[in-house]
Design a protein around this ligand. Structure first.
Ligand code: NAG
Ligand code: NAG
Length: 327
């Protein structure tokens, strides 16, 4: 019994010695059969691999995988650690997807030191149809009042007559991609789309593809991944009432804009300018102001008012100007 224990101990010591002095001898084998497949969800790709061949003999060790991925041209890799053999991650399908995976071993078999295998690499590119100049241009989207998404684009440089564009979208939770059912048209050509009922897509990646064809010729598709909350634009505040108090102070009262914008995302800004005949003085932000989430009130001694509203991302500021009632 004692002898057994000693030999086990010396085995452990010998193993530890090997592990620390020449790690290449204990290096884990890399995963096998790394594959990238496209489930047709406009950006999400499935990454799969098989465990290294020796993994059954490593019962006392934890086997994990480190997966790094990016689009060709990106500087940084995104990293995922997992024990699974399958991941689904989002890419920009207009560029090559690059993936690398390595095995991480730790436990008795490695003397509790984490051992990394060599990387295995794979790339994926959807078949690039159409000429690059045939891709639609100036694509952009706004999530109006947190209620509906409106995306617009302009025909590509190579847009022959009879061109037909389509917008397709997908987000996690949808079984398959859907096509826009409410297009915006210009002379019979689709140049935009309005999507309603996207509350399930909020705070997720929304994958969009605008593709097209002319007769039997396919055009280069455009791929975009959107985050609705970054595209939100509220309407101006409502019911702006400006009045003069007895002490010659201007009272400005308004209520929140219509729509579903979360109140915590709304912030108001009041600007004032004095009207001098035809010439208008520059708008200025008054020193005394009240900012409220559910509408606001402000009292200042001036004669004209412009009310602004800021959204969550602070990049879009619609404006509403109104003259005071009392002069
Ligand atoms: C809105 O989308 C959900 C799925 O996210 C669907 O079940 C529902 O029928 C849709 N409602 C309308 C009015 O389209
Ligand atoms: C556009 O993309 C959708 C979704 O991937 C696809 O079903 C459709 O066939 C494509 N249309 C063209 C003209 O390429």
């Amino acid at each position: 019994m004692a002898l057994q224990r000693i030999s086990l101990l010396s085995l452990v010591l010998a193993w530890g010695c090997v592990a620390s002095s020449s790690p290449q001898h204990t290096a884990a084998a890399p995963p096998r059969d790394l594959q990238i497949t496209d489930p047709g969800l406009l950006g999400s790709l499935d990454i799969e691999w098989k465990p290294p061949p020796n993994v059954q003999t490593l019962k006392e060790c934890t086997v994990k995988y480190k997966c790094e991925y990016r689009n060709a041209g990106d500087r940084d890799w995104k990293v995922i650690f997992t024990r699974k053999l399958k991941l689904r991650v989002g890419f920009d399908l207009s560029r090559t997807a690059e993936v690398k995976v390595q095995t991480l071993l730790k436990g008795w078999c490695t003397n509790d030191v984490e051992v990394q295998s060599e990387w295995v690499y794979a790339t994926f590119q959807v078949p690039l149809q159409g000429n690059l100049e045939s891709k639609v241009q100036s694509f952009h989207c706004i999530y109006h009042d947190w209620e509906y998404l409106r995306c617009t684009w302009q025909p590509g440089l190579l847009a022959p007559r009879g061109v037909n564009y389509g917008l397709y979208y997908w987000y996690e939770g949808l079984e398959h991609t859907l096509q826009c059912s409410d297009y915006i048209q210009d002379h019979g050509i689709n140049i935009g789309c309005t999507l309603q009922n996207l509350s399930q897509a909020e705070y997720k990646d929304l994958s969009i593809c605008v593709n097209g064809s002319v007769a039997a010729t396919l055009l280069r598709p455009l791929y975009a991944t959107l985050r609705l909350h970054n595209l939100a634009k509220p309407s101006p505040p409502q019911q702006l009432v400006v009045s003069m108090s007895a002490s010659e102070e201007l009272r400005v009262v308004w209520s929140p804009p219509s729509g579903q914008t979360p109140p915590q995302c709304l912030e108001y800004e009041v600007q004032l300018a004095e009207e001098q005949g035809e010439a208008k003085a520059a708008w200025a932000i008054p020193s005394r102001k009240t900012i409220a989430h559910h509408g606001g009130m402000l009292t200042v001694p001036v004669t004209a008012v412009l009310l602004c509203l800021m959204d969550c991302s602070h990049n879009i500021i619609p404006r509403m100007a109104k003259k005071p009632r009392a002069f």
